[in-house]
Design a protein around this ligand. Sequence first.
Ligand SMILES: O=C(O)c1ccccc1N[C@@H]1O[C@H](COP(=O)(O)O)[C@@H](O)[C@H]1O
Length: 212
Amino acid sequence: MRVKICGITKPEQADAIAKLGATALGFICVPGSPRYVTPQQIRGVVNHLSVSVDRIGVFANTSTEEISQIVDESGINAVQLHSNESPEFCKKLRQALPEIEIIKALRIRTSECLNQAHSYLSCVDTLLLDAYHRKMLGGTGKTLDWQRLQEFRPSIPWLLAGGLTPDNVLDALTLVQPSGIDLSSGVERRPGDKDLKKVARLLEKLGSRVEG
Ligand SMILES: O=C(O)c1ccccc1N[C@@H]1O[C@H](COP(=O)(O)O)[C@@H](O)[C@H]1O
């Protein structure tokens, strides 16, 4: 299982989290988020890494041109689209960045929102489910109704996000079978400042479920 720790801002925390066994680090490229980092800051973190992990940039309604430029400048190898990006936009981005993993986040307000997944299956590599919040795009700490996700088995890999913590992650995983999980506020002291003890506890709880 993939384990993504999102909202990284500090080079030394990124390297420590990767060494603890996380398989992906997430960087918020959404201005206005308290976890926002510039492409140069991401480059600083990526250059500081001593182990190999996926480096995922999180975007919200950003143009393909701007995403391509940030990919070049920062050294990320995956792009997470966390707003209202259409399947057509995802196809255009795939053409612009054929080597880059594209992850489409769906913010789930009602069970019907899960039906949107079908439209993205042929144009992205991975889906991500996050909880809907009226005012915030992400990093909300709000959980999804895992019971209602039991039948969610898309034909492409998917990540479960939304309010996961070291304390509730195993409860979530007894109900749903995602290909990976994504945590931000559940493993931090304050936005952008990760709590390494919480990350260690998370990875300890996951044990052999984490992919090698
Ligand atoms: O974290 C943010 O500030 C953020 C801003 C804009 C879009 C997405 C954002 N974060 C995403 O939120 C989920 C997890 O949040 P949490 O674990 O509930 O705190 C994750 O997918 C992040 O990439």
